[in-house]
Write a protein that binds this ligand. Structure first.
Ligand code: AMP
Length: 176
């Protein structure tokens, strides 16, 4: 069975979480399958290995799971983007609108070298708002967004269109 099929078979759909009308794609069962989890890291690393990346930026919290594994595989630093108030040192922050309400994410000011070529990683691309906020933080820190990486893309929400303003290298292992 190919990797895409194995991922689709493992993802658990949870209806009406965290609120009515949302079909939540739960990736935690993938973590129970050690070989599948390793194969996911390998496949993402294989895709991005030629892009001369200097850092992987992972978005709290599920973006940390394969984001750090990927950074280790590529032998480059991992940079966490966290929700407001979680990072202890000086931060850049960026506020953005959600479907209901707003959110704010932060990155340490000294998280990357100026001009760093950065890959932004998260588990899932929906509307793209979260990944866009991470891209703004990379810019504030002096880095350059080279690409976006996701396990899962919900194409009917057109997040990809929003991300094209930053770059056209957007890779997802599974698209719904
Ligand atoms: P967005 O900013 O709309 O692209 O939403 C992406 C962020 O929200 C990611 O960090 C995802 O983990 C989470 N997310 C949004 N929709 C879903 C969903 N249907 N299932 C699982 N996670 C989701």
């Amino acid at each position: 069975m190919n990797l895409t099929k194995r991922i689709i078979n493992s993802i658990r759909d949870v209806p009406d979480f965290p609120k009515p009308g949302i079909l939540f794609k739960d990736i935690t069962p993938l973590l129970q399958d050690v070989q599948l989890s390793a194969d996911i890291t390998e496949a993402i690393a294989e895709y991005w290995k030629g892009y001369e990346l200097d850092a992987v930026v992972g978005i709290e919290s599920r973006g940390f799971i394969w984001g750090n594994a990927l950074a280790q595989k590529l032998h480059i630093p991992f940079v966490p983007v966290r929700k407001k108030g979680k990072l202890p040192a000086e931060t850049h922050s960026f506020a953005y609108d959600l479907e209901y309400g707003s959110a704010e994410v932060e990155m340490h000011k000294d998280a990357m070298i100026k001009g760093a070529r950065v890959l932004i990683h998260d588990d899932l691309l929906a509307t793209g708002g979260t990944a866009l906020a991470a891209a703004e933080l990379v810019k504030m820190a002096g880095g350059k967004v080279v690409g976006f990486s996701f396990l899962v893309e919900l194409s009917f929400l057109h997040g990809r269109d929003a991300l094209h303003k930053w770059c056209d290298k957007i890779h997802s292992l599974v698209t719904y």
